[in-house]
Design a protein around this ligand. Structure first.
Ligand SMILES: [Fe+2]
Ligand SMILES: [Fe+2]
Length: 407
């Protein structure tokens, strides 16, 4: 991470560089992001790839493509927009999962359409009020990026709306109606508000594919299982009542295929929750994972709800939390299924308008949000090889310790 100066007088022509980091890696790409860089031209180089940018002293992002897989690379930034002679970052590209690529699925979550504020005290707002509020702009940009990346399906992991109000559901329908791929929705706690149109009825009312219990979709090499963890009137989530249906869905899944289980509430890895919001309690989460891990060996469970990024493992199952589209760092996630494994990638939404907002929302929680939400790079981007034990492998009774990569 590069930390130089954050604030600069407009009259000061010297370039700045602040929080220039490798946010995301795939097997052949790396996404570099910054809170401030420039102004001036910048050349980014890694391996045989060169990207030329025009920076303006504000936030930005660059995607470096055509990189060699599974290599530790030096990324250099140089030019008039870089203070000093150059900036050097290290990036390790992922190893691709074994075998041929079969399908790509993308997820987004925690859109909170209809909200206008962020922060524990709701003090981060847009001034002046824009024609299109930031949740809608963020969701539209995330959906466009996921389609461009090559997703065959998009799963929306809850908190589509902020208060389940009819106009919020209509906004979501408008954003997704013309997309060239299926969009599946799992409700979040914000979508089951008694004051709005509950997600259990919104599917029919607004013509949306919303999972009210458990749904499965088969794609090449993949069984996608969507689970509604919400309980009307409660903010926290539960899984017990859906476990039998999930086990049924696993029983006739191809044992050689991958399984992606998508839920809204995080499965809490610790006895004491990391912090608000509460998810599925640890004991219930472990019961679910032990049953799932005993039934299928190639399972990744992913949630939203916390707006943070974490990864852990239990009973041979890998579990992730992925952040929101609309607050720092402002992301979408992709899952690439191969014959012998699956990889997850999380990328920041990289348009300037969105980065301006998601950089501002770093300041939530008395300035801690920018440190808490992104998590570690290896919690966001990683490869699972079905022929190697996953973190926490050992089965329900294997007694292996919980391997935890959260922080
Ligand atoms: Fe949320
Ligand atoms: Fe939530």
């Amino acid at each position: 991470m590069i930390r130089l100066r954050r604030d600069r007088s407009p009259a000061d022509p010297r370039p700045v560089a602040h929080r220039v980091v490798v946010f995301s890696v795939e097997d052949t790409t790396a996404q570099i992001t910054w809170s401030a860089l420039g102004p001036g031209p910048v050349r980014v180089r890694a391996a045989d790839t060169t990207v030329d940018l025009q920076t303006d002293g504000g936030p930005g992002a660059a995607l470096i493509k055509d990189l060699p897989p599974n290599r530790l690379l030096t990324v250099t930034l140089e030019g008039e927009g870089v203070p000093g002679t150059q900036i050097e970052l290290k990036a390790r590209t992922l190893a691709p999962p074994p075998g041929a690529e079969l399908v790509r699925v993308a997820t987004i979550s925690d859109l909170h359409l209809g909200s206008r504020r962020f922060g524990y005290f709701g003090t981060i707002v847009e001034h002046p009020i824009p024609a299109i509020d930031h949740p809608e702009r963020c969701a539209a940009a995330a959906l466009a990026a996921a389609v461009d990346w090559g997703a065959a399906d998009i799963v929306v992991k809850g908190d589509v709306t902020d208060r389940a109000r009819p106009h919020e559901w209509r906004t979501f329908r408008r954003l997704t109606a013309d997309l060239p791929l299926p969009v599946h929705v799992i409700p979040g706690n914000h979508d089951v508000r008694a004051t709005g149109v509950d997600a259990r009825h919104a599917g029919r009312a607004f013509g949306l594919d919303i999972t009210t219990d458990v749904a499965t979709h088969d794609r090449p090499g993949l069984r996608l299982i969507l689970v509604n963890t919400t309980v009307p009137g409660l903010d926290r989530g539960h899984l017990d009542e859906h476990t039998p249906a999930v086990l049924d869905a696993l029983a006739d899944a191809d044992p050689a295929a991958g399984v992606l289980i998508a839920v809204h509430h995080q499965l809490q890895p610790h006895r004491v929750a990391e912090g608000w919001p509460w998810g599925v309690p640890r004991a219930e989460a472990r019961r679910f994972l032990e049953a799932v891990g005993a039934r299928h060996r190639h399972v990744l469970v992913t949630s939203g709800h916390t707006h943070r990024h974490r990864r852990w493992g239990h009973a041979g199952v890998t579990i992730t939390q992925v952040g929101s589209t609309k607050d720092h760092p402002g992301v979408w996630a992709g899952y690439v299924v191969h014959e012998g494994g699956m990889r997850q990638v999380v990328r920041r939404i990289d348009t300037r308008d969105i980065l301006d907002w998601t950089e501002r929302t770093r300041d939530a929680a008395l300035g801690l949000w920018g440190h808490v939400a992104p998590g570690r790079l290896d919690a966001r981007c990683f490869t699972l090889d079905w022929h190697r034990p996953q973190p926490g492998a050992g089965g329900a009774s294997g007694g292996s310790p919980l391997q935890d990569t959260t922080r």
